[in-house]
Write a protein that binds this ligand. Structure first.
Ligand code: DAK
Length: 259
């Protein structure tokens, strides 16, 4: 993609999507959203894909929505911008394969929201996270008030949203906003290690697990279990289920095809 703000690399079923606008700390402009959407839509067409790692070039993961682009918006443009960001983040959240956020540095405002739209977050010891929108006189617009409360609980989410406090990686780990914190040079290798583990499993099963958790956390337990039973049943229509169970019985490694 010519002049794209998003770099896409692929190897052995694992894609690394890098937000590549380091001069603006990868701030989310309309162009970044367009490029990010295009990258994920392209990846969605790749039958060999097993997992995605999302990261940022330079010292930031993403320092937020592009303040310079937003500054002169009126309410109509602001609503459209919020909806645009929300839809790209939903695309990532509901992407059929796992998306791991490799949080290499600042994950502020829209950056924290983007990281939360990923399945989990592996962060650098130097990373910082928070929703500082109140400093600018605005609310988060890309799902921050919703996903943060679901992830860390409503009281802590309110505290962070009201104060705009920026958290150290250690504190973000403690409250469950980050899932693992590693040395800066270990962020990508650790994400690759996790992605490779995921890539060795039954791809349809992994995809269904993601879908089941996403649906289940928004549903009643009974609805979630109905959905789970249905997905479990569907796995028995795949060659991967036959292969996985045959491999176990024959005491050999399984080779999954994702069908
Ligand atoms: N937008 C645009 N440019 C940004 C940026 C951002 N969010 N963050 C940094 N930059 C730019 C800086 O302006 C600077 O550009 P030049 O001056 O060189 O042209 C360059 O990136 C390097 O940044 P700094 O020089 O500031 O770097 P430092 O290391 O000194 O500081 C920092 C790093 C992350 C502490 C600082 O840059 C910072 O405080 N950035 C802003 C962080 C922030 O407030 N993030 C939240 C953004 S608001 C909504 C839709 C969306 C949202 C809300 C509502 N609706 C439509 C309702 C979401 C809002 C946000 O995400």
């Amino acid at each position: 993609m010519e002049n794209s703000t998003v770099k896409l690399e692929r190897q052995d079923g694992i894609a690394i999507v890098t937000l590549d606008r380091p001069e603006a700390l990868n701030a989310l402009s309309l162009k970044v959203f367009n490029d990010l959407e295009a990258a994920f839509l392209e990846l969605a067409r790749d039958p060999s894909l097993r997992a995605v790692i999302l990261t940022g070039a330079g010292k930031a993961f993403v320092a937020g929505a592009d303040i310079k682009e937003m500054a002169d918006f009126g309410p109509i443009q602001a609503r459209a911008f919020a909806r645009r960001g929300q839809s790209v983040m939903r695309l990532i959240e509901s992407f059929p394969h796992p998306v791991i956020a490799a949080v290499n540095g600042f994950a502020l405002g829209g950056g924290c929201e983007l990281a939360m739209a990923c399945d989990f977050r592996i962060a650098s010891e130097n990373a910082k996270a928070g929703q500082p929108e109140v400093n600018l006189g605005v609310t988060p617009g890309f799902g921050g008030t919703q996903r943060l409360a679901r992830l860390v609980g409503r009281s802590l989410a309110k505290y962070l949203l009201f104060t705009g406090e920026i958290l150290s990686a250690e504190r973000a780990l403690q409250i469950g906003l980050f899932d693992e914190v590693v040395a800066p040079e270990q962020v990508l290798p650790r994400c690759l290690e996790i992605a490779q583990t995921i890539a060795s499993k039954g791809p349809v099963a992994v995809s269904y697990c993601k879908h089941a958790v996403n649906i289940g956390v928004e549903a009643t337990l009974a609805q979630g279990q109905d959905f789970e039973a249905e997905l479990f049943a569907q796995t028995f229509a795949t060659g991967d289920q036959k292969e996985g169970m045959a491999a176990f019985i024959l005491k050999r490694p399984a080779t999954f095809k994702g069908i």
